[in-house]
Design a protein around this ligand. Structure first.
Ligand code: AHM
Length: 342
């Protein structure tokens, strides 16, 4: 087909793209390919719910409190269940862990276990659901460490450096899936008319000239001296750079995605009012590490203010971390100011 017939030269579905990537790895068994495809399917199912979120049957809360002490929104619940149910029986996973549950989610006994584990945040930024603001799913995939049987905590508590794949699905004005398996970052947009994710953003690289900084500057008085100075820096207060524009949605996937495409930095620092005194709000395994892998693959960098997020060895499933993520020089500047001023 050619463009004279009004057909695009090539339409690449996510399935085709993942299969093409697999062909670069003759040793691959196809399990990861299938797993990524299962996640894309979950994304489609969740997208079909989020676009109906304003409808009374779905909108609202379940009256449950999750282990982070937050109200569980109905959509969180649906997203959580959708991802688990689409992956519990495939024989590809040894176990799952969700931001919504305290412990590991086991594979039911009647199903086989597989060689990967997956951790996921089913609907990040869910406080925004009631306001029709984009939310997202974030996922991380590791090889299991244990040999066989049900996956254990040892399989889950791995540093970002061990990630085999990570990605997110953004439910915004359109639904996008962005992922990496360590061979660059690729973005797909869901064509709702055909129900397929189509390759729309191949080989994403963070532009060298950043445009935005994203942080909840309402907390500035509760930040450390170093983070306050950094906030002056990104705004160009000391004149050393052209000030960046502030854009903050308060939905990590949306904020990260914008900065990935436009260049910039997102940060969520420790707040002196916080009971988690040295950690901030965001979760290492469900939010920071998977996005750090994508940032690195797109030429960027992620840090907790002192070290690469990718190198942190988790000690618990729901561990929190400060996060600075985006263009490498901008993130390194944060590290410099934090090491000088705290
Ligand atoms: P959640 O896990 O309850 O959805 O919270 C995570 C969200 C992120 O998406 C976002 O970056 C951050 O919380 C916003 O927090 P704040 O309202 O403190 O700025």
């Amino acid at each position: 087909m050619n463009s004279q017939n009004n057909y695009p030269a090539q339409i690449t579905t996510i399935e085709r793209h993942i299969l093409d990537e697999q062909r670069h790895h003759p040793e691959a068994t196809g399990v990861l390919t299938q797993l990524l495809y299962d996640i894309a399917l979950a994304g489609k199912v969740i997208a079909s719910k989020t676009t109906r979120a304003g409808l009374a049957e779905i909108l609202g809360r379940t009256d449950e409190i999750n282990i982070q002490g937050e109200e569980v929104q109905k959509l969180d619940h649906l997203a959580d269940l959708t991802i688990y149910r689409l992956n519990d029986h495939t024989g590809r996973l040894a176990a799952l862990a969700s931001e919504e549950h305290e412990g590991i989610l086991a594979i039911p006994e009647q199903y086989p276990t597989g060689k990967y584990v997956m951790l996921y945040d089913p609907l990040d930024g869910s406080a925004n659901i009631d306001y029709n603001i984009p939310v997202g799913t974030i996922f991380s995939i590791f090889h299991r460490i244990t040999e066989s049987g049900p996956g254990t905590m040892e399989d889950m508590l791995q540093p970002g450096r061990n990630l085999v794949a990570s990605g997110y699905i953004s439910y915004g004005s359109s639904t996008m899936l962005v992922y990496t398996t360590g061979e660059g970052v690729h973005g797909f947009t869901l064509d709702p008319t055909v129900g397929e994710f189509l390759l729309s953003h191949p080989h994403i690289k963070i532009p060298d000239n950043p445009r935005y900084f994203s942080a909840n500057t309402g907390y500035v008085t509760y930040w450390s001296e170093g983070v306050r100075r950094y906030t002056d820096y990104v705004q160009g207060v000391d004149g050393s750079i052209m000030g960046l524009s502030l854009r903050y949605v308060g939905s990590l996937v949306a904020d990260f995605h914008r900065n990935l495409l436009s260049g910039g930095v997102f940060y969520y620092a420790v707040d002196s009012r916080d009971s988690n005194k040295d950690s901030g709000k965001l979760r290492l395994l469900y939010e920071a590490a998977p996005l750090a892998f994508i940032a690195e693959q797109a030429g960027g960098y992620a840090s907790d203010g002192t070290q690469s997020i990718m190198d942190i060895i988790p000690v618990s499933l729901h561990q929190r971390t400060p996060l600075f993520i985006g263009n490498r020089p901008l993130v390194e500047k944060a590290e410099e100011l934090i090491s000088k001023f705290g």
